[in-house]
Design a protein around this ligand. Structure first.
Ligand code: 5RP
Length: 233
């Protein structure tokens, strides 16, 4: 197994230990969250674990169904016991950037509905400041508003790039039918403040900043798993 995949796997296996019988579980998106979904699927099949999953994307939905995890909805269960999700970048304060897979809006809705949020990642995702290493901030935008939103993002100091689809011509469309602008801001001094400013722009649906939402992060390292825990305010 390649080293990064092994780090993701170790983090995923730590996170699923938090899932108890009869839990409602928020299912994150991306390659790391997929490993947690697969691990939970195995427990459902072989250890008689009774859970219901609320997927944060079509990717998570399809994988959960393939793995035999019963699916439920926020209508039936507006409060989730625990959500396990990945991240594109995280700091030791547990400030995150998410949305590399364009699932940021649903991921944030699921996280906000969760009593506990656990983030899993490989060691490359750690950074001293969000925006370091040319990490962009995904921003979900109603397509009608793309150009004015790009202009406002420039005024906030970003280089905005509309994310192009792969396997389809034109911009990527999210599970909600929206476009994504990747905002390159450089290192971000105050993510919470910037998140509010971006969210105020008409046409912006959601930003990839996750601030004050995460309880625990498990970061897979070569020989161990680092745990970072924070008291949510
Ligand atoms: C999807 C996400 C993912 O959790 C994030 O992009 C990390 O993905 P991966 O685990 O594949 O690196 O936010 O919108």
């Amino acid at each position: 197994m390649d080293a990064i995949l092994e780090q993701k796997q170790k983090a995923a296996l730590e996170a699923v230990k938090h899932v108890k019988d009869n839990f409602i579980v928020g299912l994150g998106s991306g390659s790391t969250a997929a490993l947690a979904i697969e691990a939970l699927g195995k427990q459902v099949k072989t250890q008689n674990l009774h859970i219901k999953g609320i997927p944060s994307s079509y990717q998570a939905f399809q994988l959960a169904v393939d793995c035999g995890i019963p699916i439920t909805t926020l209508e039936e269960h507006p409060q989730i016991d625990v959500t396990i999700d990945g991240a594109d970048q995280l700091t030791t304060e547990l400030f995150l950037i998410k949305g590399g897979g364009a699932a940021l809006a649903r991921e944030k809705i699921v996280a906000a509905a969760s009593k506990q949020n656990i983030i899993i990642a490989d060691q490359n995702k750690k950074a001293a400041h969000l925006g370091a290493n040319n990490q962009f901030v995904p921003i979900e935008v109603i397509p009608f508003a793309l150009t004015p939103v790009k202009q406002k993002l420039c005024e906030l100091g970003a280089k905005p790039v509309v994310r192009e689809a792969k396997g389809k011509l034109g911009p990527i469309l999210t599970d909600n039918g929206n476009a994504v602008i990747d905002g390159y801001f450089g290192e971000i001094a105050n993510p919470a403040d910037l998140a509010v400013k971006i969210k105020m722009i008409p046409g912006v649906v959601e930003t990839g900043f996750f601030v004050g939402l995460t309880d625990i992060a498990y970061i897979g390292m070569d020989n161990t798993v680092e745990k970072i825990a924070k008291q949510r305010k």
